[in-house]
Design a protein around this ligand. Structure first.
Ligand SMILES: *Cc1c(COP(=O)(O)O)cnc(C)c1O
Length: 364
């Protein structure tokens, strides 16, 4: 069996370091925020080439509180991709605002900058691109549009830890980047965790206050905040794993290279990497008109695959009654029917990679 992703392997590899980190928190007597969270925030900000990092409870909260800190509220609109994980949309809805979907560029799966301006209205506050599958979105034209229209840019970095756009690490191109450290991400915790990185000290400060009950000084509450603090045990584990992220990402890059080479004549639509992009290869997504057959055949060959994502947000029951949900997004809808994610991860061996390629070629 080749699993889609081996979640246990990194913790077997780093067992002693991870246990030592957890033990340090257990014996510290400090179980909410504190030195371990501060240290991870400093490490991750430096890694992302950003001035500030605020640790949060999960990626959805990171998106939600970053939007709140940007002043998004009831009646506002936020431009989101039509093809993304539903968290991107939910964060907007949780502010009382409306997600307005823009379709992706077919080749890269990322938000099409050429379609953004048509979606801007007097209510638009923020553009929220996602670096989907670990491929950086084309952020410069998006920043340009935002500047011209007086909008903020929040990036959803949940799949792009370590990716680079035009040589610079994802982390502070836009006004802020929201991160998830859900276990299956390139940098994953042993449970839920998230963060926001930004160069904007005012935004960082607002998010810090929002995540901690709207409080800066204990029992003094300046706004109606939330409880969304990064857990110190997760922070300690993330500090250990962060040191290995670059080597794990480069292993992913090797696997992606093998797939791109091995599957070039397969007839499948393969990922396209623009010259300015250095992806984090969170997922290796291919497209086939006979996707369901391919998945069934790989499953019977013992090869794990997943669909990211089978139902676009606007077709979810959760968005049935929302404005904009009645509008079709044909590119996202077609992608949902055709995409399939092959196994990729730092602990997938070369032999396993070859078996996946053979399995796909046999049935393509
Ligand atoms: C994982 C993910 C999120 C949400 O992260 P959680 O930590 O699970 O809340 C948001 N956006 C995208 C694109 C994701 O992949």
């Amino acid at each position: 069996m080749i699993p889609f992703l081996d979640l246990k392997a990194p913790h077997v590899e780093l067992h002693d370091e991870v246990m030592e980190a957890i033990g340090r928190v257990v014996s510290s007597g400090w179980y909410v925020l504190g030195p371990e969270v501060d240290a991870f925030e400093a490490d991750y900000a430096a890694y992302c080439e950003a001035s500030h990092c605020v640790g949060m409870a999960n990626g959805l909260d990171a998106l939600h509180l970053a939007l709140r800190a940007m002043g998004v509220g009831h009646g506002d609109e936020v431009i989101v991709p039509s093809n993304t994980y539903i968290a991107t949309w939910l964060a907007v809805s949780q502010c009382g605002a409306t997600p307005v979907a823009v379709e992706p560029v077919e080749a890269t799966y990322n938000m099409d900058p050429g379609k953004i301006e048509a979606a801007i209205t007097p209510r638009t506050k923020v553009i929220l691109p996602v670096h989907l599958y670990g491929q950086p979105a084309d952020i410069d034209p998006i920043l340009d549009i935002a500047r011209r229209h007086g909008l903020r840019v929040l990036e959803d970095g949940a799949q792009s830890h370590g990716a680079r756009y035009k040589g610079r690490r994802i982390g502070s191109h836009g006004d802020a980047v929201a991160w998830s450290f859900y276990p299956g991400k390139n940098l994953g915790a042993l449970g839920d965790a998230g963060a926001v990185t930004t160069d904007d000290s005012v935004l960082a400060d607002r998010i810090r206050v929002l995540r901690n009950y709207g409080s800066r000084v204990k029992y003094v509450n300046e706004v109606q905040g939330y409880n969304s603090r990064l857990d110190p045990i997760q922070a300690a584990v993330l500090r250990v794993k962060l040191k290995h992220l670059d080597s794990w990402n480069s292993r992913r890059e090797t696997i992606a290279g093998n797939y791109l080479h091995g599957l070039k004549d397969s007839g499948l639509i393969l990922p396209v990497v623009p010259s300015w992009a250095q992806p984090a290869w969170h997922l290796f997504v291919v497209r086939s008109a006979r996707r369901d057959e391919l998945q069934a055949q790989l499953t019977s060959a013992g090869i794990g695959t997943l669909i990211h994502y089978p139902i676009p947000p606007h077709l979810q029951k959760a968005y049935e009654t929302e404005g904009g949900a009645g509008v079709g997004h044909p590119i996202a809808e077609r992608m949902a029917k055709e995409v399939i994610s092959l196994p990729i991860g730092p602990h997938l061996s070369s032999a396993q990679t070859c078996r996946v390629i053979d399995g796909v070629l046999l049935h393509a």
